[in-house]
Design a protein around this ligand. Structure first.
Ligand code: PDD
Length: 285
């Protein structure tokens, strides 16, 4: 099936979807992105993702190139032209095209806007969640503002590749104090031996995941115990359960960390319940 992308005002066949070589997203990762799940053809938690998009843009001083409403229309159009029932929609806004110079270009420079969408395989994702994944720890050598969702993801790319080369699926970043920050493209959680859910508080050292926020709502509704605090790798090794959260994987159980079995080595009941319940609390639009 042919794919389409939105590029700066036009819906183009995928093979013609291009940006300029002097786009600052390409040259400096001077650019912000968002990823929303699409389920039943509907955008999941669009409002929150677009709020975070605006916050990220503001943090790096790029003005929103169109209204939230207009962007919402484009997202839907891309989803519908690509016939996405279950998948993701990706949007990226860069500081635009300008002669290569580190300083911001003229304020008249128009931001570039790209939107793509692709299908995900639901049964494959469900099967993965039923099996659980292995992760390995890596030093968190990212910059100190990973709360901004920029496309500057080289440490995340290298961490993920390292994990795959170790036979794992993902990497967990460990900060200088030995605390787990997050995964390469997801937030990290554990369930302690006392049954308490723990995830790092959302400071500048992690991305405040939208899935994480909605999972907090599920936790509240189910009256589960939760603590927002840093946790060590040792604590994770000894946890009853571990899992990651992100828009594309929702709640994905972790069954091995650095080759050590977590709990009984199977996806845990808490993670699986949160996964099952998630869409009752997420907004679908
Ligand atoms: N990743 N932390 C990092 C570093 C991420 O890249 C992501 C999202 C998250 C989870 O955020 P959310 O729940 O809003 O998806 C946490 C997206 C899916 C990606 O890069 O593809």
């Amino acid at each position: 099936m042919s794919r389409f992308a939105y590029v700066n005002g036009r819906y183009l066949p995928f093979r013609d979807a291009r940006v300029h070589v002097e786009d600052r997203g390409y040259q400096f990762a001077d650019s912000i992105y968002e990823v929303c799940e699409v389920r039943g053809g509907r955008l999941i938690d669009e409002r929150r993702h677009l709020e975070r998009l605006q916050r990220s843009l503001k943090e790096i001083c790029i003005s929103m190139p169109m209204s939230v409403r207009a962007l919402g229309i484009i997202l839907r159009e891309v989803v519908s032209r690509n016939r996405i029932g279950y998948g993701i929609v990706y949007m990226q806004i860069t500081r635009g095209v300008a002669r290569r110079d580190h300083a911001f270009p003229s304020p008249l420079t128009l931001p570039s806007v790209v939107v793509t969408a692709r299908l995900l395989n639901m049964s494959r994702n469900e099967a993965l969640a039923e099996r659980g994944i292995a992760v390995v720890s890596v030093a968190d050598d990212r910059w100190s503002r990973v709360d901004i969702k920029t496309t500057g993801l080289l440490p995340n790319v290298l961490a993920r590749q390292h994990a795959i080369e170790q036979g794992a699926r993902d990497a967990w970043f460990i900060d200088k104090e030995g605390m787990v920050t997050e995964a390469s493209s997801a937030n990290a959680w554990i369930v302690t031996s006392d049954g308490v859910l723990v995830t790092r508080h959302a400071d500048r050292a992690i991305l405040r995941g939208i899935t994480r926020t909605v999972v907090f709502e599920v936790i509240k509704a189910k009256s589960l115990s939760v603590e927002e605090r840093p946790f060590t790798l040792e604590e994770a090794y000894g946890a009853r359960e571990a899992f990651i959260t992100s828009a594309s994987q929702i709640v994905l159980p972790v069954i091995r960390i650095d080759g050590r079995t977590v709990g009984d080595g199977k996806p845990g009941p808490v993670a699986m319940e949160l996964r099952r319940e998630f869409h009752r609390y997420a907004e679908a639009g």
